[in-house]
Ligand binder design. Sequence first.
Ligand code: UDP
Length: 160
Amino acid sequence: AGLFHSGCGRINERTFVAIKPDGVQRHLVGEIIRRFEQKGLQLVGMKLLQASEELLKEHYIAHRDRPFYPRVVKYMSSGPMVAMVWQGLDVVKTVRTMIGETNPADSRPGTIRGDFCLEVSKNVIHGSDSVESAQQEINLWFRPEELTCWQDTAEHWIYE
Ligand code: UDP
């Protein structure tokens, strides 16, 4: 899962993005998807779900010893979220740049967190922080058959 298949476009890097429960409740789903679409990135997987604490404990396993770990698991399981996989040139880094810093207070205007939230514990969106963690997160959140290969007809206008 998450690996390159022929017919999936010429750029094979993928990242995992989640619009968190606060992002859904604040009606930011369309706005956030719009930004990635307009950037030229390609959506290859998407679902709305209320994630279990078990899944979120696994997702945030790297933070298991941090004081905020129980709180972030509760927050992320508190309502529906939108899980997505996006593909494109340097997509992991590109998405992180568009999201902004972990703390919205440090995020510049024009970034998603800079524009739409105030607190680190309600920061509306997740994006994988490396190609390696993207691969792990895509495998954790999506079955291979939930990811769709499709030819983006705008590709020639996006890539040289
Ligand atoms: N978080 C928090 N308090 C903190 C640090 C992190 O509530 O002091 C939450 C926040 O939702 C953040 C998530 O835990 O997005 C994961 O933290 P990480 O450092 O991986 O930040 P990210 O990669 O999401 O920017």
